[in-house]
Design a protein around this ligand. Sequence first.
Ligand code: NAI
Ligand code: 13P
Length: 323
Amino acid sequence: MTKITVAGAGAFGSALAVALDMAGREVTLVGRNVDAFQTSRDNPRLKGVPIPESITLTTVLNVTQDDLLLLAVPMQALSGYLEDTKPKPKAAIACSKGVDLATGRGPTAIIDDLLDAPSAILTGPSFAADIARGLPTALVIATNSDMGEELQEALSTDTLRLYLSHDPIGAELGGALKNVIAIACGICIGAGLGESARAALMTRGMAEMLRMAVAMGAKPETLAGLAGFGDLALTCTSEQSRNFTFGLSLGGKGPAPSATTEGRHTARAIVKLAGAKGVDMPIANMVAGMVEEKLTLEQAVSMLLSRPLTKEWPYAYRPDLHR
Ligand SMILES: NC(=O)C1=CN([C@@H]2O[C@H](COP(=O)(O)OP(=O)(O)OC[C@H]3O[C@@H](n4cnc5c(N)ncnc54)[C@H](O)[C@@H]3O)[C@@H](O)[C@H]2O)C=CC1
Ligand SMILES: O=C(CO)COP(=O)(O)O
């Protein structure tokens, strides 16, 4: 049986390890923090779900060409992690949601640049706690390699249902961009701007996601699926989301979460990329401005509302015409 190694023992890596172990796979969980719960099996990042004894916990990444490697470290740590560890797995599957701030690359491009192994992205609507508890979840496994069906089979369980896609760019941009829109929605609710405004932000946010993803070479239908619409719906409406609760705090409600909040970095990375590609992303601009403390809430709202009136779908998939 193919062995599965999960690198990154945070909430998501641990949850995937638990779900795959419960389904009878041979799983190793690698993390710089695992010594802290080697005995108790209680990972503070995944409260309430003990890590089973059948999962090997280690601080050292050691994979062979027979192993699948799931990479569940935060996006900004991914390239450094791969440069340091130089693994040679059968396939490397990114689980991070974001865009690298230094280079503008997504997770599969980073893997393709740094490793001699087929790359894939596992993404879609899923909170770590839900996956770890075995609640029903549907995700996307996207790859340009010919390993798609093998990966789909190896990583699906009775409750974790993977759909196969051959559009990794669209899948990873869906997961990255929805975090930025979730921050905007959190700001909106935190500032008391109302549910109607949130629905508007989600919908116009989806239009931005589509424009940007298509400009980067994605298929539009990917954004309508689990990795785009599905994850947008989850993250923009739940206080379980760290991106949404970070937005709430920017809007004046509650403290900022201390854990990984990918959208903070992605907003800044995507605004740079959108500028270079000439893609109009007013909501992402607003989020990046507030994250960088260059815009107040009042300025951000006024900027969005004072934009010229336009058609709903003038040139949605045509960034060249969308000026
Ligand atoms: N938590 C969730 O519900 C979900 C998270 N994700 C994605 O999974 C990725 C990881 O998120 P979480 O596990 O939630 O974050 P987390 O904050 O719970 O854990 C991150 C882990 O990465 C480790 N880490 C950080 N920097 C590192 C470095 N330079 N080298 C090695 N290890 C490093 C930390 O020690 C920690 O164990 C993110 O991209 C997130 O968007 C995706 C779906 C769901
Ligand atoms: O990606 C997620 C849900 O699909 C998790 O969202 P947060 O990172 O905002 O908690």
